[in-house]
Design a protein around this ligand. Structure first.
Ligand SMILES: Nc1ncnc2c1ncn2[C@@H]1O[C@H](COP(=O)(O)OP(=O)(O)OP(=O)(O)O)[C@@H](O)[C@H]1O
Ligand SMILES: [Mg+2]
Length: 237
């Protein structure tokens, strides 16, 4: 089975390791949750896997292929898309042009197939294709951000903060889409501030605390052991 394997990854930032010896397995066709308090190192891990930060130790492998420390374009071409925290659209461009930018590097047939897929996942955007991204609601902007990651039809997608700044009703709208993306065979790593949302979607979950993975188990196990989450979240304060 296809797996994204992160083994003993260490990532320095500002002269100190903010991710230390972190190991995660992200299987295809499932949602895997990554939980942890502010500053735990979740975003740094995602940025290092995506090639934006450089790890000083460990490895990232997709289908056995070593992607450790490769450039972001190379990692994306290998089938790994990243939605970084606080990702911004090109506000003055239309929705359609924002999607076009995201398919720029793809062969024409793949770009067409990817756009079709994006329209299936986010039919709301169809009516908005010709307006500026800046005019979209927060929820529509997040749909467009996700669509930009998914138009390349990646094997794996890492989503950093799905629901940041979104109304609960919008988060509820996105949940079935994330499930559908995983159901189509994509491996999803989901970082999500609302543990109930993350654990409702995920089969497996990891909890990060001060740069280290402190816990991994099934989402059901973690739901039944809230003290694990509480201690990870409280240890920071
Ligand atoms: N640009 C930076 N330079 C130096 N240190 C940074 C930088 N960005 C983050 N850090 C530090 O790295 C550590 C991990 O931060 P990171 O953003 O990865 O955590 P996080 O788990 O994503 O937190 P949050 O839930 O708030 O998004 C923190 O101690 C943070 O202060
Ligand atoms: Mg973060």
């Amino acid at each position: 089975m296809t797996v994204l394997s992160i083994v003993d990854l260490t990532v320095p930032r500002g002269g100190r390791p903010v991710v230390q010896d972190a190991s995660l397995e992200i299987p295809a066709g499932q949602v895997t949750a990554l939980l942890g308090a502010n500053g735990a190192g979740k975003s740094s891990l995602v940025l290092a896997v995506g090639g934006i930060l450089r790890p000083t130790g460990g490895s990232v492998r997709l289908d056995g292929r070593d992607l450790t420390g490769r450039r972001p374009e190379r990692i994306r071409r290998a089938g790994l898309a990243v939605v970084p925290e606080g990702r911004r659209l090109l506000p003055d461009l239309t929705v359609e042009d924002n999607l076009r930018v995201a398919t720029f590097a793809l062969p024409p047939a793949a770009a067409r197939a990817g756009r079709t897929r994006a329209h299936e996942l986010f039919p709301e955007l169809d009516k908005r294709l010709h307006i500026a991204a800046a005019s979209l609601s927060g929820g529509e902007q997040q749909m467009l951000v996700l669509a930009q990651a998914l138009v390349s039809q990646p094997k794996f997608v890492l989503i950093d903060e799905l629901s940041l700044g979104l109304a609960p009703v919008v988060v509820q709208r996105l949940i079935p889409t994330i499930r559908a993306v995983a159901g189509s065979g994509v491996g999803v790593l989901l970082i999500e501030q609302f543990a109930t949302v993350a654990l409702g979607l995920a089969q497996r979950a990891y909890v990060m605390d001060r740069g280290r993975i402190r816990y991994s188990g099934t989402a059901d196990e973690l739901r039944d052991a809230p003290e694990v989450l509480h201690s990870a979240y409280l240890s920071q304060t």
